[in-house]
Design a protein around this ligand. Sequence first.
Ligand code: FES
Length: 186
Amino acid sequence: MSETQVIDAHGEVIDDDKRDFIFIATGAAAAAGAALLAWPLVAQMGKAADTLAAGSVEIDLSKVAEGQQLKILWRGAPVFVRHRTAKEIAEAEGVDISDCPDPQTDDERLRPTPEGKLDPRFLVMIGVCTHFGCIPVGESGDFDGWYCPCHGSHYDTSGRIRKGPAPKNMAIPDYVYISDTVIKVG
Ligand code: FES
């Protein structure tokens, strides 16, 4: 299981036992373009976090360990940043997408680094079920990706819908790599 914490908008741990996610709010500093790492941001947020405007946020992927997932609140929506394991990548790339309700290759769900390469380790997506908007649970479901317990939608390790009532893959947010290891969301 991932070595992470759930942090609320006030920077306080709200689910220390589960430790599935880091949950941070985007803020004015991010909008101003400061390079923000998840943990330092969490440490600095304090009580002012809920007063900060949502804008763009920069994330240093080198701080996200393999098997770890960040959960970032961005413009009111959770964004998942997952450092996938080799097994998860192999599963995502090995899918015959003709069998998928919303066919999309794993590569199509990634964004290029400044050198024009894809880094399949990092999946960035809006963590909202495309059925009725619940937040799926990671490392769950029939395809080892995410499972939405609201009505039983199963997503694979690329966030593609594979089974259940959700009609579409989880969406990819507007983001770019600004270096080999730093992305800017928004
Ligand atoms: S909201 Fe996710 S399955 Fe219905």
